[in-house]
Structures are given as C-alpha cells and as structure tokens.
Ligand binder design. Structure first.
Ligand code: TRP
Length: 334
C-alpha cells in the first residue's frame, strides 16, 4: 500500500479574508501543500456560501477575493488542484445520491442545525425550525460529496468541522454497504488552528466585527492596528505580554528572535503606540508583495478565471469518470 495521501479542503466563500484567516487556515494549508508526494485539492465552496448569503454580488465578490488571496499568497495551481465547487457538477449529482443514503437522524444531530433550533427555542418561537433552510440542514451532505468525490484521505479542518467528517464517513459506509466498496473513508486532520485575537481581544472573526483585512492598503492596515484595544498603562511602565493582543498578533508573524526582542521591549515599558507601530511594520513588510500580487489579480479577473477553469478541468478528469462509476453502481446509467 502506498502512503500517498490525498488532502482536500474547502473554503466557504463568504467575507473578505482577514489576518485571522491567514494565520489559522491559509498559511498552514499552503505550507502543507508544498510537502512533496501528497496530492492536494483546495476549492472555493461557493455552493456552501449560498446557505449563508442570498446576495449574489457578495457571493461573487467574496469568491473573487478569496481566489485572488490564495494565489497571491503563493498557492501554486500547478501543485494543488484549485477549483470552484460550482464548476464541478458531479459534486451536485453525488450530493443527491448521498442525500438518499444519509439518515435524517444523523443530520438532526449536526451542530449548526442544532444551534439554530436551540436559538429558536430560546426565543420562544412556536416553530423550532423557523428560518432554517434545507440548505443548512443538508450542509453536511454537500460537504460529504465534496470530500468523497475526490477520494480524499485527509481532510484538514478546524475543530468545529470534525463532526462533518464523521458524517461523511458514516454516509460513505452506508453507500459501500449497499453498492460495494467504491467510496474512500476520509480521516479528519484537526488543525490546531492558531487562533488570532481581534481588535477587541476576542477571537478575530467576521461575526464579531473585530477583524483586520489581510490586504488593506498600508494606511488602512495601520489604522486598523492602531485600533487594537490595550490598557491604560503609560509609556515607561513595564508591560505584560501575556494576554496582550498586540503581542499575540505580533507573535503570529514574527521569528523567535523578533519575539524575544519585542518581549524585552515590553519589559522596558514600550508605549502602546510604539508597540502597535512595530506590529504594523512587521505585518506590512510581509504583506507588501502579496498585496501587490493581490491587487494585480483583482484588477485582472480573467487571470483568476483561467486558473480556476484549468483547476476545474483537472478536477473533472477525476470526477467525471468516477461519478459515472458511482451512477452505474446505484443503477442510474443509460
Ligand atoms: N464547511 C467548511 C467550513 O465552513 C468548508 C468546506 C466545505 C469544507 N466543503 C468542505 C472543508 C470539504 C473541508 C472539506 O469551513
């Protein structure tokens, strides 16, 4: 048996990438894709985006921004198969086949669905399913199709997604039980996702509105960093690095030597304004080149389009014949 692994991960295309996405997901995924010998599939989960977002312009915009971000940060489409979920119609067909196998009871237990039901109950709503779409309910099945379509063996995700990989395994097992061992059971790889703090000290997240966008222009980036909440300690007072947001963000971007120096500066009572200025300079230096590439890519959408179309063609070399096999197995074929 070869130990070559197939890594696959999807990025839901809602929102503009921020520093927290970079440190927690984008940087580790690109680094992992550079390891020779494995195969990687990265895709833009734009059909997943429809679950959360009914504004077509936003879906389009976010998809463009996210594609340009990953490419600007060095994702190599010759190494990784990089595509849009919506360019692979086989995923949708497989979703239906899997929907017919997935137990409703299994999906009743999905965290995202349960949380929505709970919210309705807490609000005293007469209908505990109020406002919940079938898209949200069926989300783990679509995600299973994403994974199973490409025979992924390793799926790196954050902790909140572990349950979905378990569901994919469960559904795949049912398929294999009825139709033969055609689907590969994926393993979850829980990324010990570095969690970056946001402006207010809570986890940097779009839902808290405390983010700093990754590719803000210099001035805006600096302004964002200057807004990070600090305490009222005066310049000259020794400062604690522990639990300090400026320090934590700095650490996520710095070498260990830089961290020691910065930590010494805290002990020496650096002023908050100066600490933030140093943080700005550190991030800005690292982002200058990717930001230029990003702006170029955003100005030339055809370029990104070409990359994604090539990625889809590469992906479909696999998904088209495989889906044919799966259709035949379930009795749908001409
Ligand atoms: N649901 C994932 C998220 O929100 C994104 C995603 C969609 C995904 N399909 C996937 C991740 C398949 C891994 C594998 O983060």
């Amino acid at each position: 048996m070869s130990d070559k692994q197939t890594y696959l991960t999807g990025i839901t295309t809602t929102g503009t990438p921020h520093l927290g996405n970079y440190v927690g997901a984008i940087r580790p995924a690109i680094e992992a894709s550079e390891v020779i010998g494995n195969e990687s599939y990265f895709f833009l989960a734009d059909y997943h985006a429809l679950i959360k977002c009914t504004d077509p312009a936003l879906v389009r915009q976010s998809r463009r921004e996210i594609a340009a971000t990953w490419l600007a940060l060095g994702l190599d489409p010759d190494v990784v198969t990089f595509y849009r979920q919506s360019d692979i119609p086989e995923i949708m067909e497989l979703t239906w086949i899997l929907t017919c196998l997935a137990a409703k009871g299994l999906l009743n237990r999905a965290h995202a669905y349960k949380a929505s039901v709970q919210a309705n109950e807490d609000n005293g709503s007469a209908d505990s399913d109020k406002g919940i779409t079938m898209g949200l309910f069926n989300y783990p099945v679509l995600m299973s199709a994403d994974i199973l379509m490409f025979k992924a063996t390793k799926v790196p995700v954050g902790k909140d997604q572990v349950q979905h990989i378990e569901m994919a395994r469960d559904i795949a097992q049912r398929f294999n039980h009825h139709y033969g061992e055609l689907l590969v059971l994926p393993d979850v790889v829980v990324s010990e996702q570095a969690v970056l703090s946001g402006l207010d000290g809570r986890k940097m997240s779009k839902s808290y509105g405390n983010t700093i966008a990754l590719f803000d222009a210099e001035k805006k980036l600096r302004k964002g960093i200057m807004k990070i909440k600090t305490n009222s300690q005066e310049p000259g007072e020794p400062k604690d690095t522990e639990g300090n947001t400026v320090f934590e963000i700095y650490k996520a971007f710095a070498t260990s030597d830089q961290v020691s120096e910065f930590s010494q500066a805290y002990a020496d009572g650096i002023a908050w304004g100066d600490a933030k200025q140093q943080l700005y300079e550190l991030i800005n230096a690292q982002m200058t080149e990717p930001r230029e590439r990003y702006n170029e890519l955003m100005a030339e959408p055809e370029k990104v389009e070409t990359v994604l179309k090539c990625g889809a063609a590469k992906a479909r070399e696999h998904s088209v014949p495989y889906l044919k096999q799966l259709r035949e197995a379930v009795g749908i074929s001409s």
